[in-house]
Design a protein around this ligand. Structure first.
Ligand code: SF4
Length: 166
C-alpha cells in the first residue's frame, strides 16, 4: 500500500498518470457455432485456440505491469466454450489467482449452446471465473431454421443468425 502511494506520487511528479484498465478481453477460441448479424468476429481469419502458455505469459505481464485491471473477460469474438481444453485454460487463470489478495474480476461470456452439466462443473470447479454471462434472447421461426441449419440444438437469439449464414 505504501509503495503504491509512493509510486502514485512519483507518477504524479513525473507527469505519468497511473493506468486503470477497466476491461481486458481475451479471445479463447476464434470461431463460433452461431452467426449473429452484429458479430465483430472475423470469420475469415484462421480458427485458433488460445494456447495455455501464451495465456499464462499474457496474464503474468498484465499482473506485473503495475496497472490496475478491473475485469478480464474471457471473450472477444468467438465462443469461449468451443475451446477444446477449457479446463486447462481455466487452470492457468486459477494458478495466477491463488494466493493473491486481489485479482481482476474474471467473466466468461457464452451463447450457452454448448453449456451442459459437465462444462458448468468444470467452470465452477476451476475457481477461476467470477461470473458467467449468457447471451440469450427470444427464438423466432427464422432463428430456429437457421439454428437447425447450423446443427445447434440448445439456444438461439432473435436475429442471431443471418438468413444466409453458412
Ligand atoms: S454468439 Fe457471439 S461470437 Fe458467436 S456469432 Fe454471436 S456475437 Fe459472434
Amino acid at each position: 500500500m505504501i509503495s503504491n502511494a509512493h509510486e502514485a506520487l512519483a507518477d504524479r511528479e513525473s507527469g505519468v498518470a497511473p493506468i486503470f484498465l477497466e476491461w481486458f478481453n481475451i479471445e479463447l477460441a476464434s470461431r463460433c457455432n452461431l452467426r449473429c448479424k452484429w458479430c465483430s468476429l472475423d470469420f475469415d481469419k484462421p480458427s485458433v485456440n488460445m494456447d495455455e502458455a501464451l495465456l499464462g505469459k499474457a496474464l503474468d505481464e498484465l499482473l506485473s505491469s503495475g496497472w490496475t485491471i478491473g475485469e478480464i473477460a474471457l471473450h472477444n469474438g468467438g465462443e469461449a466454450l468451443m475451446h477444446p481444453r477449457l479446463p486447462a485454460i481455466l487452470d492457468v487463470i486459477a494458478a495466477r489467482r491463488a494466493g493473491r489478495e486481489s485479482f481482476p474480476f474474471i467473466s466468461l461470456l457464452t451463447n450457452g449452446v454448448l453449456m451442459n452439466e459437465r462444462k458448468a462443473g468444470q467452470i465452477l470447479a476451476s475457481g477461476a471465473v467470477d461470473m458467467v454471462r449468457f447471451s440469450v434472447g427470444r427464438v423466432s421461426d427464422r432463428d430456429r431454421r437457421c439454428r437447425e441449419r447450423k446443427s445447434v440444438n440448445a439456444l438461439a437469439t432473435k436475429n442471431r443468425c443471418t438468413p444466409n449464414a453458412p
